[in-house]
Structure formats: structure tokens, C-alpha cells
Design a protein around this ligand. Sequence first.
Ligand code: F6R
Length: 612
Amino acid sequence: MCGIVAYIGDRKAYPILVKGLHRLEYRGYDSAGVAMLNGNLNVYKCKGKVSDLEKFIGDGTTDGTIGIGHTRWATHGVPNDVNAHPHYSESKNLVIIHNGIIENYAAIKAELKKRGHTFLSDTDTEVLIHLIEEIQKNDSLKLGEAVRQALNQVVGAYAIVVMSKSNPDELVAAKKGSPMVIGIGKGEFFIASDATPIVEYTKNVVYLEDEEIAFIPRNGELKIKTIKNRPKTPSVQALELNLEAIEKGGYDHFMLKEIYEQPRSIKDSMRGRLNAEKGIVNLGGIAEYEQKFLNAKRIIFIACGTSWHAGLVGEYLFEDLTRIPVEVEYASEFRYRNPIIYEDDVVIAISQSGETADTLAAIELAKSKGATIVGICNVVGSSIARATHAGSYTHAGPEIGVASTKAFTAQVTVLTLMALRIAQRKGTISSTRFHQLLSELESIPAKIEKVLKLNEQIKTIASKYKDSSNALYLGRGFTFPVALEGALKLKEISYIHAEGYPAAEMKHGPIALIDEEMPVFVIATKGGSYEKVVSNIQEVKARKGKIIAIVSEGDEHVKEMADYTIEIPETDEILVPLVSVVPLQLLSYHVAVMRGCNVDQPRNLAKSVTVE
Ligand code: F6R
């Protein structure tokens, strides 16, 4: 989603802004722009990528030690040059960049129009900067005070930075619902949507809270107050992020790098939490809330997209191991459906970014009904991580590719640890099974290493099906969520229509789609439903569908039926999602590359969905 970067200090702002915008590209966007102040207020913006913006600027003036930059993901108004940010105020004395949505913009715009304002774009953002300027002029206020008063009139979500031609020594930033972090250097400040544009300049950061406004001077102290005018003391935190983690490290794409990182990222998710030898599972982040789990009559998972698929794996895990009933909810549906929530419910919110607007809103709803909210987030200090009562970070490291890969396996790893811990405390798992699962979980990274060695074979399979128009993914039990995830990975980065189904459900409709053109990816690993899935494979074969089967090593039976088999190391049924999703990630990656798609930034998608 939209990315914000801004700088004030002694250095030239433009290179910092452009580099920062490149860092934020992973969030997904359709246009980009910058504004620099050096006596003149120069705004450059255009539809397309940050590199298009650089070409567009060419030899244009980029002087100035204060500036703001933006990548836009269209909400109000199509992606074009005019709707790109920054936006000028009526007099062109102020400029703004904005991430979020001003919900009551139409009413404000109508009022401003009556008072003679003219608007160049279709955006809600331009309305906000006009409003700020009108308040400032009418009341001869300082910029920050005008911003504060304007924000009291708007409904919606925002992270904004405002710059004024008449005040080259201050930036004003504010946020509600959309993330914003301020990096503090020596006599300089860096502002961004996340820490990636900041990390190489400073490790001292302040995460702005909702409804806070920051007054950021060229030389001097950062001041923060709430939009209700209450002063706040900035809480400076140390950034735990290194530069290598956000660079490609020799891989062609971030997605490929992140797929390959999984043995390491899963180990990081388990580090300090799992000791198979001693039979210990411990999640410090939820320790104080374990009793809530033990008393819970129900667990509700809330999440979106891939994180929702992890939640579905969580349902199988928690029901199997802890015997607590589980519901898995799309956050966007849950929040609008007047759900029944009890005080003894434990709600587990899963989110890579920790910024997903629907998940955040669902958390607030469940919290207001008295439920206990536990978070499973990847981004440390993110809004969701802060909104929950307790939680466990996934520690997968920054995920830059828009398609989620290592975040999914890290989420499933944490869910497995959580379910095992609660099952042990509840006494719903035998000691033998507990110890067996602990050592099996510890061996998962090595098993994924083995799957990654199949890359060339998977690439060959990808080349056979890269021109398909449709694909079906089938799984059963613990591998049903993997089928959903495999289909999502393929459709989002290769634009091939793909659907995931519980294997047995196929004959209730999707079987009508099967002909000799249809590739059917089946997860047919050894476990409870193996024989049943084999029958489903036969049903597909009988209709001339093409079978690509993910099987357990040494399975000769399915090999005889399938067009291609990918053999993965055998593991306990409940851990199969961690291993079996990897070949599907690689397959989607190769298909997308072969089709010439932008793998890391698929069309229309955003990494961090901060609008509902
Ligand atoms: C798919 C994908 C999305 C996200 C979804 C939720 O590859 O990345 O479906 O999983 O937008 O995002 P988070 O996990 O950040 O809440």
C-alpha cells in the first residue's frame, strides 16, 4: 500500500527520498512522486514505478535538504499522474503525502468547493491539504496547529507528512490507522511508513501512535502531541533490523530469496522456544495468558489472505492437539457481521505486516467485547502487535516479496508451538506424542532444505504448465489449507486462475472443469487421508486431467498414476503443511517468471493492506 518517506536535515533530501521509495516498492503501488523545498517548492510525480519517476525528473531541480516522497496505491481516483502524491494546497504553498483513506472527504470537498476551492485530482488527499490551508489562513495559525485542527474534522485513516514553502525548517507528520516511524539522526530526521528506508541512517526510532501529531524541526527536538492537544513524550526505541535482511543477496527476486530463507526463518521462529531434547516448549509472549487458553471454550482465528490460510492450519492443529473448538474467520467478514464473542474466547490475530486494516478492526471489535486477543505478527512494533494483549512474533525477518512465503511457514511454526504448549498444559497430549512432535518439528528446517534441492525438477514441471489458463489444487485434512495457499500463490503472481479445494469436495462441482487441459496439483502425502486422496486422483485421471502430485519420498503408488510427482521428505501428518507448501511456492515462482510477470510486485496488489 502507499509508502511514505520524508527527510529534514543537512543532507540533500532527493537521494534519500528516492532510495527510500525504492525500499518501499515491495508494499505495492501504481505511481510515485517527490517534493523538494529549496526556496521553490518543486513537485514531481507520475504514474508507474519509482524508476519511471527518476526518468521523468531527469535533470530537473532536485536541490533541497527537506523533502517528502510517496508511492501511491490507488483508492480514490485512478492511477495517473494527477492523482499521484504529493498534492498541493490551493495556493501551492503547502504539499502533503498521505497513506490511508479520508472517509468523509466528499462532504468536506463539497464545502470547500462552495468556498471557491478548485481541485485538480480525484483524491481524498488533496481535499485534506486544502482543508489544512484554509484553517491555517483563516486563523493565521502555525502549520502544525492547522494540521491538528484539520485532523479533528476528518474521519478515516491517515499517515501524513505536510511541508510548507513558508517554513523550510519543519515537517509535520501525523497518523491514525496507517503506520509511521520517525528515525532520529544527529541533527536530522527520517520519516517513513516502515523502517526499511531508515535503517541505514539510524537505529533510533519513534513509532507514532494513532492520533498523534509530530512536529519535526530541522535542528532541534522532536515534539509530539495528540490531535486533542495533549503533549506526549516521544518513546525512542532501538531498531532491530539490518540492511542485508532487506536486500536481495544475489537472488533474482525477493520471493525466491524468501523461499530459500525458510529453513533459517523457521529455526528463528523456534529459537529459544523449543528444546526437543529437554521436552520444552515455551512462548514467553503468551506465558502470562496461558490460563486464558486453558479456560477458553473457543479459539477464534482472525486474519486475511495467506495469514488466513495459516489460521486454517491452526484450526486443525488446535482442535487436534488441545481439543478446544476453533473458528477461523476472515477479518473483513467477522468485523461486519455482528459476531457472537464471549469474554472467555481467545482470539488469535495472524498478520505478517501487522498493519492489515480489517484484521486490526476485527481485533478492536473482539477487544471491546472482552475477549483475550493474542497476536502472531512478523513486523515488530506493528499496529496489530501493539493492539493485542499478548502474542508471539514469528521472527521470519522482513518479507519484501508481495506474495507471502516465509511468513506463512513461520506463522504455522508458531501456531504449532502454541498448540503444543497449550496441549501439554491441558493434558490433552500424551507425553510420547508430545516428545515425538517436538523432535519432528526440530527436523523440519532440514527437510525443507531437501525440498529446495528439487528446484530444477520443479522448474521443469513449471515449464510444462506455464501456459495453462486454469489450475486446481487439492488437499485433505492438514493439506487442505496448503491447497488453498498453493492456488493463491499461483493466481497472485502468474495471473493464472487457480482454485484450492478439499479433495473430496471436487466431485460436488469442480470436477466439471476437468479435461486434458486442466493441471491438478494434489498434495497426496502419507497420512490419515492418503487412500482417499488417491481415489480422488483416480477420479481426475478418469477425466483426462493432468496430475502433479506432491508425495512422500518413496511413494511408487501415486507415481504410477500421476503425470509428475514431487517427492518430499516424510514427516508427521500435522507438520506436513510446513514441508508441502514449499514446492508449491517454487512452482508458482517459476511459472510467474516464465510468463514474464513482475514476481515481487504483482499487479494491483499491495504488501500491506492498510485500507479495508
Ligand atoms: C498473499 C498475501 C496476502 C496477505 C494478506 C494479509 O501472498 O501476502 O494475502 O497474506 O494481505 O496480510 P498480513 O499477513 O500482513 O495481515
